[in-house]
Design a binder for this molecule. Structure first.
Ligand SMILES: C[S@@+](CC[C@H](N)C(=O)[O-])C[C@H]1O[C@@H](n2cnc3c(N)ncnc32)[C@H](O)[C@@H]1O
Length: 205
C-alpha cells in the first residue's frame, strides 16, 4: 500500500526502531562502508539500479575535481563513491532525516569532501554543479520525480550532466520525452529493465 511504503522510507518518524547494519562495496581497490538502518531505502544491500548507474557513470565520466550533487541521496552510496573516485566535492540532499544522518556519518567515514542536508528536491540548494545524480523516488509519484529531473536544469552548469536511473516499466520513455525540450537525453545502458540515462543541459544562452 502506498501509505505504508511512504511511512517506510520518506517520513521522519522519531519513534522508528533502530537496527544498524553495515554494507560494504568495493570499487577500484577502494573499500567503502555504509552504515544503514531501518527506515531507509535499500537498507540491506546496495540497490541494483544504483549500482548499475554508478558503474556506468564511472565508465563515462573522466573529469576529476568536479562539483557533484546527489538528490535523494539515502545513506549516500552514489554521492560518496562518486566523490571518492572522481576526487570531487559532493553535496547530498534528501527528505529523510535518518538517511541524512547516516549519509553524513558515511561521508566522514569514507573520507569524502562535501556536505549533506535536508531538502525537498532543490528547495534548499542554491549552487550549480557539473554533475547531478539521482535514483529518483519513483514511489513518491511522478510529480516529485519530474521536479527532481526537470529541476536539475537550474542547478547544472552549462553543458552539465544529469545522470539517473529509471526502470523501463516505470515510464522511462515518457520521462525522457518530458526532458527533451531542455536536455539532450541519451540512454547509455540498459540492464535487466533498468535504463541508465544521461541528460546534457542544452545551453540556451
Ligand atoms: C530510490 S531512493 C535512492 C536512495 C540512494 N540514492 C540510493 O541510491 O541508494 C530515493 C531517495 O529519495 C528520497 N526522496 C523522496 N522524496 C524526496 C524529495 N522530495 N526530495 C529529496 N529526496 C527525496 C527518499 O527518501 C530516498 O532516500
Amino acid at each position: 500500500m502506498k501509505g505504508d511504503f511512504l511511512e517506510h522510507y520518506f517520513t521522519n518518524n522519531a519513534n522508528l526502531e533502530s537496527k544498524m547494519r553495515v554494507i560494504t562495496y568495493e570499487n577500484n581497490g577502494h573499500v567503502f562502508t555504509f552504515s544503514s538502518d531501518l527506515g531507509v531505502f535499500s537498507k540491506n544491500r546496495i540497490d541494483y539500479g544504483s549500482k548499475v548507474l554508478l558503474e556506468t557513470i564511472l565508465k563515462n565520466e573522466k573529469r576529476k575535481n568536479i562539483k557533484i550533487l546527489d538528490v535523494g541521496c539515502g545513506y549516500g552510496f552514489l554521492g560518496i563513491v562518486l566523490g571518492k573516485e572522481l576526487d570531487s566535492v559532493v553535496t547530498m540532499v534528501d527528505v529523510n532525516k535518518r538517511a541524512l544522518h547516516l549519509c553524513e556519518k558515511n561521508r566522514k567515514e569514507n573520507k569524502v569532501n562535501g556536505e549533506c542536508f535536508i531538502s525537498d528536491a532543490y528547495e534548499k540548494v542554491s549552487d550549480t554543479y557539473d554533475l547531478v545524480v539521482t535514483n529518483p523516488p519513483i514511489r513518491a509519484g511522478k510529480e516529485v520525480v519530474l521536479r527532481i529531473l526537470q529541476g536539475a536544469y537550474k542547478h547544472l552548469k552549462n553543458e552539465g550532466l544529469l545522470w539517473f536511473v529509471i526502470r523501463k516499466d516505470q515510464g522511462a520513455k515518457s520521462i525522457i520525452k518530458s526532458l527533451e525540450t531542455t536536455y539532450k537525453v541519451e540512454i547509455i545502458e540498459k540492464e535487466k529493465g533498468f535504463y541508465i540515462m544521461c541528460a546534457k543541459k542544452i545551453d540556451t544562452t
